[in-house]
Ligand binder design. Structure first.
Ligand code: COA
Length: 334
């Protein structure tokens, strides 16, 4: 982007609630099996909140870690962006609750509703804030509490076994090195498939927005056409990765670390094969956390940073696909 400042990721953080829910625990609730879940998705366990904890609480913990890693004080932040499909309350947005929990006031806050691609959309907005000079330090966070909105019976087993709760965060700042920072973001959406993965109710198109019948019929839970979603994910992710590589005149061989959204390990293995990326250059944590939607990519990034997997100058590729449908990629020179 000509004339705009290069933007770098300064600090990262993640947090999951302490309660671990294994596949065996789910076998107690519904007709499923550890074998089915691991074979189809790669997931062994996930973390779920206890009652009273919402996404803003998880975002707070992740954000404090990111702020500490960035070696700044919360008061030095200029804006907060939170991506979440599971808001703390109907309104205001999760970002407003997070701002207050961080002890901040008056700085702008914004919620992004782009589901599993939400983090990439939020990163794009944060990048533009900093690149344009409007803000110096922006907190970008992905946070989800799925567990309180899942169907814990056999009826919902295809979706319920996939999702976990968690949060990931990072701080954006102007880069001190013109060669390093976010190189590009490519985002897409295709709303005609909105109902292939969605939660119908409560909905403002209904009056009243929620009825006992909707609850009884399970219309308050996520519904997914799993095979349809799978097919689109394995097509769109390679597409948008190539878009990022082509825009930066790079090849997949130049990528040092590839972080895909953690929807299903099989999707990511398939996409990785299609792209021809060496498995050791990818990172997954879905086995331990399940699909944490907007939080998955920043959670992976934080684990990689803290494990020392990234060297200055490394090329980091991120790609995601989710409900909407939405999909996108980011290329970053670390
Ligand atoms: N445990 C046991 N059996 C289950 C199950 C579970 N948790 N969930 C579904 N099944 C059953 C189905 O009822 C079906 O049984 P049937 O053949 O007797 O009708 C069978 O398993 C196959 O179901 P299907 O939905 O066709 O399985 P699948 O091979 O497509 O795998 C997903 C299901 C969800 C793992 C897979 O479709 C997927 O990963 N889709 C994409 C998901 C995704 O990316 N979502 C998030 C995007 S952000």
């Amino acid at each position: 982007m000509q004339g705009l400042r290069k933007v770098a990721i300064r600090g990262t953080g993640m947090y999951v609630p302490p309660r671990v829910v294994t596949n065996a625990d789910l076998e107690e609730l519904m007709d499923t099996s550890d074998e089915w879940i691991q074979q189809r998705t790669g997931i062994r366990e996930r973390h779920w909140v206890d009652a009273g904890t919402g996404p803003a609480h998880l975002a707070l913990e992740a954000s404090l870690r990111a702020i500490e890693a960035a070696e700044i004080e919360p008061g030095e932040l200029d804006a907060i962006i939170v991506a979440s499909l599971s808001p703390h309350h109907e309104f205001p947005g999760t970002s407003a609750f997070l701002q207050d929990m961080l002890g901040l006031s008056e700085i702008p806050v914004m919620d992004i509703r782009c589901q599993c691609t939400g983090f990439l959309y939020a990163l794009n907005v944060g990048q533009l804030y900093v690149a344009s000079g409007q803000h110096e330090r922006v907190l970008v966070c992905g946070a989800e509490v799925h567990s309180t909105g899942l169907d814990m019976t056999t009826r919902g087993r295809d979706v319920t076994v996939i999702f976990g709760d968690g949060a990931g965060a990072l701080v954006l700042e102007p880069s001190e090195d013109a060669e390093r920072g976010i190189l590009s973001l490519h985002l897409h959406a295709e709303g005609k498939h909105a109902k292939k993965l969605w939660v119908e109710a409560p909905g403002t198109v209904f009056s009243p927005r929620l009825t006992e019948e909707m609850v009884r019929e399970g219309r308050i839970y996520p519904h997914m056409d799993g095979r349809f979603v799978f097919k689109h994910a394995v097509t769109r992710m390679p597409e948008v990765v190539h878009e990022a590589l082509d825009a930066n005149k790079c090849t997949i061989g130049d990528v040092d670390l590839c972080i895909f959204h953690q929807a299903n390990l099989r999707i990511n293995e398939y996409v990785g094969q299609q792209l021809g990326i060496a498995p050791e250059r990818t990172y997954s944590n879905i086995q331990r956390y399940g699909n944490c939607s907007a939080a998955s990519i920043p959670m992976c990034l934080d684990e990689c940073v803290r494990a020392g997997r990234l060297e200055p100058g490394d090329l980091v590729l991120m790609a995601g696909f989710g409900s909407g449908f939405t999909w996108g990629s980011a290329l970053i020179r670390w």
